[in-house]
Design a protein around this ligand. Structure first.
Ligand code: GDP
Ligand code: MG
Length: 163
């Protein structure tokens, strides 16, 4: 059976950019406006010799975790529950915000294997976020640049045990 990998995280961390890179087509909408991915999207992903189903999630519509709409929350939870492994994406440039911890709690509660991804890690700006991210309790983050395709070998190594 093909493994299912769900990309989870707050808006604007680069989930859809990562989805597009793994699928190799522009199936997911990438936008500077947080939370533009309203619907769950699935694609056939390839990374080296790994093949898996990848699911892009909407994240949160609002900038406040408390106002997360029920439909969006249900959709994200469903994606997490049906995933073999989750890619939990944070933004290495902005560092952690409370909404990241909200997702961390959700993942801990559902108890699904999760790989922490510190995206936008290209260049020096990305370095600061990694320390803070370690404190989330998901291990050492994988530094990635979904936009520039950096860190994909580390992502491959992290996914290999599950896919
Ligand atoms: P989503 O809301 O999590 O799906 O995020 P998107 O994929 O829509 O990306 C949000 C913004 O971050 C867009 O402007 C992307 O171009 C930008 N972005 C995504 N990945 C990277 C990256 O690796 N580095 C940088 N600098 N920007 C990125
Ligand atoms: Mg998106």
């Amino acid at each position: 059976m093909t493994a299912t990998v769900a990309i989870v995280g707050r808006p604007n961390v680069g989930k859809s950019t990562l989805f597009n890179r793994l699928v190799g087509k522009k199936l997911a909408l990438v936008d500077d406006t947080p939370g533009v991915t309203r619907d769950r999207r699935e694609g056939d992903a390839h990374l080296g010799d790994l093949s898996f189903t990848i699911v892009d999630t909407a994240g949160l519509e609002e900038a406040d975790a408390e106002s997360l709409s029920g439909r969006m929350r249900a959709q994200t939870e469903e994606a997490i529950r049906s995933a073999t492994v989750v890619l939990f994406v944070i933004d290495a440039r902005t560092g952690l915000i409370p909404m990241d911890r909200h997702f961390a709690e959700m993942l801990r509660r559902i108890d699904v294997p999760s790989i922490l991804i510190a995206n936008k890690a290209e260049g020096r700006l990305g370095e600061a976020g990694a320390w803070e991210a370690y404190g989330l309790g998901f291990g050492d983050p994988i530094a990635l640049s979904a936009e520039h395709g950096e860190g994909m070998a580390d992502l491959y190594a992290a996914l290999m045990p599950y896919v």
